[in-house]
Design a protein around this ligand. Structure first.
Ligand code: GDP
Length: 575
């Protein structure tokens, strides 16, 4: 028994030691793990802070204007002040110059330039600024509308002499509908133009905006002396010197500076003081939240060509303009600080080289980070895609980037996977909203002129429509294909590109359509069945299979709407 008891003591004590050792080991292991976990958490926190900082410093916006108001000049001057270019003349105008060369050449030239200027990014005072290019030509208005889905704010340029013009009205209407924050820049103050206050009235009336000036011009045209900067509370005097570089300006901190009176004269100083009083009494004080909500639009004055008022605009812009905004999807509001990547395609550019059928799809990053070589989910195609060379844009240069943040635009090489409006995510099944098709203005039948090339033609049409060059409708009655465009110029673009890129010959045939309306109805109702029977000739499907009514006149559209009150006729494909 003694032997047994000593054996049992030995076993107990050795198992006790073993237990102690295990405990010690576990404790150490736990310590190591918790240290490691702490370290990982710390790293994650740092990365997260970095991620949030990156979002906060981004400003993605578009400049919109009627052609010739000075959009290209202003863009260039912003790049100049941002230090992204050294010399003016580097940014090419993407204007369609009709008549200068043959239209085909012009289209190619324009396409080349619009690739180069699609996104112009630069860093200014530690803010990463992304300017998205918007074509001013009305035939490309749909391109501009789509680009507006990817901006977080806009600057509207208005010519001081011409005031609010047609194209400005259309574009601002879209911005207003979407509540996009707007800054108004009144340009060409070095020329004789309208009175600043009359112009602000015109902006309010024609554009339906509520404005508040953040600067006031002192004189105009030959008599243009400078601006009082309400935002920075100082005065800049205009010196008509070097237009191409950033010249020195005379600067006063206060209206009471005796030097100011000497420069502009006592009458002008008195007028200026009166105007500032008037502004105080008549216009609301600037409120950033009101501006961000799209309820108040600040106005600034200057002359882009003369570098005047541009830096003031930029300084004000980086302080007040929104950082990347959340975007609505079909399932939820996607916030930029959501760590999982989500983005959408707002523009597709065909390669300029006809031997390579690849295209560049422009993606706006809405949330998370987009990383090179990481697989992402293409929601519409339900497939994973990886990108080895995503392009980012700096001033006019493209370069491959490893990581991009919300607000950024990346250009992805695409061999036909993307169409406008497609969503790409880190795995979530969601589809971004707000990238609708609008009713085209011109409609023509497209005919195949070479029966041996029917396949090429079909493929060409398909890809050009994905790019958003025009819209395709297929008539219910006989399957004939109808192309709808915003401007007549697009038909030339399509014909030319089908021939040169796909080797397919086509011709167009006129078709009398006033507007395309997307139909929303209870398809089981008697009303709808009757509508379908009577209007059979005018019904078609758009490219995604949605039913569209091609009304032949405004009158017939009105009559049809009056008759079938339960059917909704929408002007855009998204309702
Ligand atoms: P966009 O069509 O809106 O891009 O206009 P551009 O930037 O091409 O400008 C149209 C014309 O207006 C060009 O000849 C510019 O040189 C001129 N322009 C632009 N800004 C100013 C300005 O501040 N003053 C004057 N006098 N001309 C300007």
């Amino acid at each position: 028994p003694t032997g047994l008891s000593s054996l049992s003591t030995r076993i107990t004590s050795s198992s006790f030691i073993a237990l102690k050792n295990t405990q010690y080991f576990c404790k150490n292991l736990f310590r190591i793990f918790s240290l490691q976990a702490l370290f990982v958490i710390l790293l994650q926190q740092i990365a997260c802070m970095g991620f949030l900082e990156e979002i906060k410093r981004r400003r993605t916006f578009g400049i919109i204007s009627h052609p010739d108001a000075g959009k290209t000049t202003l863009t260039e001057k912003l790049l100049l002040f941002g230090g992204a270019i050294q010399e003016a003349g580097a940014v090419k105008s993407n204007k369609i110059k009709k008549g200068a060369t043959s239209d085909f050449m012009e289209i190619e030239r324009q396409r080349g330039i619009s690739v180069a200027t699609s996104v112009l990014a630069f860093v200014y005072k530690d803010k990463k600024i992304n300017i998205l290019d918007t074509p001013g030509h009305k035939d490309f208005a749909e391109d501009t509308f789509r680009t507006l889905t990817a901006v977080d704010s806009v600057i509207v340029v208005i010519d001081v002499a011409k005031g609010v013009e047609e194209q400005t009205e259309k574009l601002v209407e879209v911005c207003r509908m979407r509540k996009i924050p707007i800054i108004v820049f009144i340009n060409k103050l070095d020329r004789e133009g309208k009175d600043a206050f009359d112009l602000m009235d015109e902006v309010e009336q024609k554009l339906g905006l509520k404005v508040t000036p953040l600067s006031v011009p002192i004189g105009m045209g030959y008599d243009f002396k400078g601006i009082y900067n309400i935002w920075e509370r100082n005065i800049q005097l205009f010196q008509d010197e070097s237009k191409q570089t950033i010249g020195k300006k005379e600067h006063f901190e206060s209206l009471d500076d005796p030097g100011l009176e000497a420069e502009i004269g006592s009458t002008r100083l008195k007028n200026l003081k009166e105007e500032l009083e008037l502004i105080k009494g008549v216009y609301p004080t600037f409120d950033q939240q009101e501006y961000l909500d799209g309820n108040l639009q600040p106005v600034l004055f200057g002359s882009a060509l003369n570098n005047f008022g541009v830096q003031e605009l930029l300084n004000c812009f980086i302080e007040i303009a929104p950082k990347p905004l959340a975007k609505q999807s079909d399932t939820r509001l996607v916030e930029p600080d959501d760590e999982k990547f989500a983005g959408f395609v707002f523009k597709i550019h065909a390669n300029m080289d006809p031997n390579h059928r690849d295209r560049l799809a422009f993606i706006k990053i809405v949330s998370g980070t987009f990383e090179r070589n990481k697989p992402y989910h293409h929601v519409r195609l339900k497939k994973k895609l990886k990108f080895s060379s995503p392009n980012a844009f700096f001033a006019e240069k493209k370069q491959i980037v490893d990581i991009s943040y919300p607000g950024d635009i990346v250009g992805l090489h695409d061999t036909g996977n993307f169409k406008i409006g497609d969503t790409l995510t880190a795995g979530d099944i969601l589809q971004f909203k707000g990238i609708p098709s609008f009713s085209p203005e011109h409609f023509r039948f497209i005919n195949n002129n070479d029966p041996l090339k029917a396949k090429q033609l079909a493929k060409g049409i398909d890809q050009l429509m994905d790019e958003g060059v025009a819209q395709l409708f297929t008539l219910n009655l006989n399957g004939r294909k109808v192309i709808g465009t915003v401007g007549a110029l697009q038909f030339e673009v399509i014909q030319y590109r089908l021939l040169h890129e796909y080797g397919a010959k086509c011709s167009f045939e006129n078709l009398n359509v006033h507007k395309a309306c997307w139909i929303e109805a209870n398809t089981e109702s008697d009303d709808f069945k009757e509508f379908q029977r009577i209007k059979q000739k005018f019904l078609a499907k758009d490219k995604s299979g949605k039913l569209v009514f091609l009304a032949d006149s405004a009158f017939s559209l009105q009559m049809t709407q009056d008759k079938y009150r339960d059917i909704q006729f929408h002007n855009t494909s998204e309702f």
